[in-house]
Design a protein around this ligand. Structure first.
Ligand code: 13P
Length: 250
């Protein structure tokens, strides 16, 4: 039985004061949701603050991105060893905003995935199609291409300690959510694809849904058999909304 995981992706939002208020409220409110793993991914400059505020709680934290290089002369980049020092548990890899706005290729995403795993952190690999790809019936091909780029370099063993997030690009920040049937169908395709190589890894891996998850649609999404939680953007910035989503997880 897979445990549910709900991850907050704060994106480029927050401040020292608002982070503290948000985390205080989440820590207070999450005491009766011990059946769900919760993680917070703030902007990197706030990881030290967030780690201090969450140490000793049941909530873990992670980063939104990492360099594919190990370290050195890469101005502005952050190495996975630095995230490890701050006890990050997760690193979001290949978010569609990174792929589309910062030109991250499948190859770079695969390199980042490897860096994260080799450092003992858990990658959250994001995959998902654009609206035009969905409308031209390419959803499955796109998602499997993104998955295969990592499988090709890491093999199925790379997914032993990893999380996948299916985030249809057209549902991110738009208020349009994939229906539970649409999401479940893609999650099942992902799990079946992994199962062809290793049934145990496929059965164990958590596959999260992301894209306009709110308190009022989380219950029906999380009830689907292959949806193991969510990667939450906008709604993770409001404590009560985020807590309601966490409580909706199985
Ligand atoms: P929204 O929940 O704001 O649609 O963002 C989803 C997302 O991109 C999480 O990574």
């Amino acid at each position: 039985m897979r445990q549910s995981l709900v991850v907050a992706n704060w994106k480029m939002n927050g401040s020292l004061a608002s982070n503290q208020a948000l985390l205080d409220a989440i820590k207070q409110g999450c005491q009766d949701v011990s059946h769900v793993q919760i993680s917070i991914c703030p902007p990197a400059v706030y990881l030290a603050q967030v780690s201090q505020l969450l140490t000793g709680s049941a909530i873990s934290w992670g980063a939104q991105n990492v360099s594919h290089e190990a370290g050195g002369a890469f101005t502005g980049e952050i190495a996975v060893s630095m995230l490890a020092e701050l006890q990050c548990r997760y690193v979001i890899i290949g978010h569609s905003e990174r792929r589309s706005l910062y030109a991250e290729s499948d190859q770079v995403v695969a390199e980042k995935f490897a860096r994260v795993r080799n450092a003992g952190l858990i990658p959250i690999l994001c995959v998902g199609e654009t609206l035009s790809e969905r409308e031209s019936n390419q959803t499955e091909a796109v998602v499997l291409r993104q998955l295969d780029a990592v499988l090709a370099s890491e093999g199925i063993a790379g997914f032993h300690q990893a999380v996948i997030a299916y985030e249809p690009v057209w549902a991110i920040g738009t208020g349009k959510t994939a229906s539970r049937e649409q999401a479940q169908a893609v999650h099942a395709v992902i799990r079946q694809h992994l199962a062809k190589q290793d049934a145990a890894v496929a059965e164990k891996i958590q596959i999260l849904y992301g894209g306009s998850v709110k308190a009022n649609n989380a219950t029906e999404l999380f009830a689907m058999p292959d949806i193991d939680g969510g990667l939450i953007g906008g709604a993770s910035l409001q404590a009560q909304e985020f807590l309601a989503i966490c409580k909706a997880a199985r």
